[in-house]
Design a protein. Sequence first.
Lengths: 112, 112
Amino acid sequence: GENVEQHPSTLSVQEGDSAVIKCTYSDSASNYFPWYKQELGKRPQLIIDIRSNVGEKKDQRIAVTLNKTAKHFSLHITETQPEDSAVYFCAASRTGRRALTFGSGTRLQVQP
Amino acid sequence: NAGVTQTPKFRVLKTGQSMTLLCAQDMNHEYMYWYRQDPGMGLRLIHYSVGEGTTAKGEVPDGYNVSRLKKQNFLLGLESAAPSQTSVYFCASREQGGDEAFFGQGTRLTVV
């Protein structure tokens, strides 16, 4: 089955700096890679996703890049703000019935 | 449109007791999933269903049973609770052929 590894487990940045979280996956057939943000006590919320036919996707201050050859993808957050503080999860799956396989999460803390 | 709703939100069980967690979705999604979330381990798939009347094992199925008698409901049962089942449980659903998974608000279960 799929295995997703995520690094780092914790990340502390100063407000305004950039943050990068990296994930690798094992199943070359995976074609969907979402990123979820989870605030304390809340459900995971999708913030951005990318499909395997695209190398990069941006949405305002967040972007995701995908390298299919190396089987890794990354989340980039620019101009970080205190409200970006949360746990971020990457995931991978094949489109359709297969469930998402999640990374172990990154706790991001943005220092004011 | 409530999305995905889990019942109950919190529960404390004694070792050996049984209980059922209910997940209900009103989006007419075919696929439904139960995950457990433990610190530092991300979300791990317990069981999933690809349609009414079908269920399948995920990564960590031992000690749990599931049923999908109605398309909109996915039940997770613990027949004899153990302290190792103390966790936060999330239900999710996904439409057929779709990518994005929608999560319930979670159930915090403590087994003492």
